[in-house]
Design a protein around this ligand. Structure first.
Ligand SMILES: [Zn+2]
Ligand SMILES: [Zn+2]
Length: 270
């Protein structure tokens, strides 16, 4: 009986498990989805890129997910949320947005590559486990059709679909629309960012029934000042959303000034 597997494998009509993956690896050797150095498995990061990431863990602001440097009593909110309570009910990000994580995020956003999608959706799923449990639907921050045409894909919608698959939640990419083709948020200060995306989003009247009474998880790649997700939340709440949770791959974890020093480039956050 012991020789049976060998006989079977010689006569089997179907390739053994892993056959196609090995074939694919031969044709397209796995590389780090950020810096493109060779690695062992498709869709992952190399040790160098991985080691630079700062995953956000407790303690963090209960409202916006900003990580606290020191232990805090449960349910504490940060100074910013205390002064200006956000429109969304809760926000959470997987990693800090800094010089190490920026290339990883931007390689996905502008690289026209989606090899890392499953990995990134896994980060979102872990970071947003509690929010997803309560949620009815996942909605990505929309791009204006003209921007979508230029860039060819909406990275937030890709993330939303991948997260929907991973968490068995419904995904709605049609109900929240961007009505203004806003300029890129890069190079703008916090006040200008808010002005830029003010009233940029809406839920058309015929889509309101899809949103009314729903608990929404809103997906974006990076949260900088929160202006974009804040305005999306207002549109969703105006359409009757019961709760809006924000889930992003990354968020700025240090004063914004540092991130606005960079030139107004195409690589800026929109
Ligand atoms: Zn790498
Ligand atoms: Zn906060």
């Amino acid at each position: 009986m012991k020789s049976e597997p060998a006989i079977l494998s010689k006569t089997a009509k179907f390739p053994e498990p892993g056959f196609w993956q090995r074939g694919l690896d031969f044709l397209l050797p796995p590389v780090c989805f950020s810096c493109r150095v060779p690695i062992e498995v498709q869709g992952g990061l190399c040790a160098e890129c991985w080691s630079g990431l700062r995953f956000i863990t407790k303690p963090f602001c209960k409202s916006c997910g900003f990580p606290f440097a020191h232990e805090m009593p449960a349910g504490m909110v940060c100074g910013s949320c205390h002064r200006h309570p956000p429109a969304f009910d809760q926000a959470k990000a997987a990693i800090g947005y800094d010089s190490k994580s920026r290339p990883v995020i931007l390689s996905f956003k502008y690289g026209e590559r989606t090899q890392g999608l499953k990995t990134l959706a896994g980060w979102l799923k872990n970071a947003g486990a509690e929010l997803l449990e309560e949620a009815d639907v996942i909605i990505p921050v929309p791009l204006h059709p003209r921007r979508l045409f230029k860039r060819r894909f909406n990275q937030s919608a890709l993330l939303a679909h991948a997260l929907g698959d991973a968490s068995a939640k419904a995904v709605d990419v049609f109900s929240l629309k961007r009505r203004k083709n806003t300029r890129s948020q890069g190079g703008l200060n916090a006040r200008q960012r808010h002005q830029n995306v003010k009233a940029a989003f809406l839920v058309p009247a015929d889509k309101r029934p899809h949103i009314k009474g729903k608990r929404v998880v809103l997906i974006d790649d990076v949260m900088t000042t929160g202006a974009t997700v804040e305005n999306c939340t207002k549109a969703l709440k105006a359409a009757g959303a019961k709760k809006v949770f924000v889930l992003t791959l990354a968020r700025v974890v240090e004063p914004l000034k540092k991130y606005d020093d960079r030139k107004k480039s195409n690589h800026a956050k929109s």
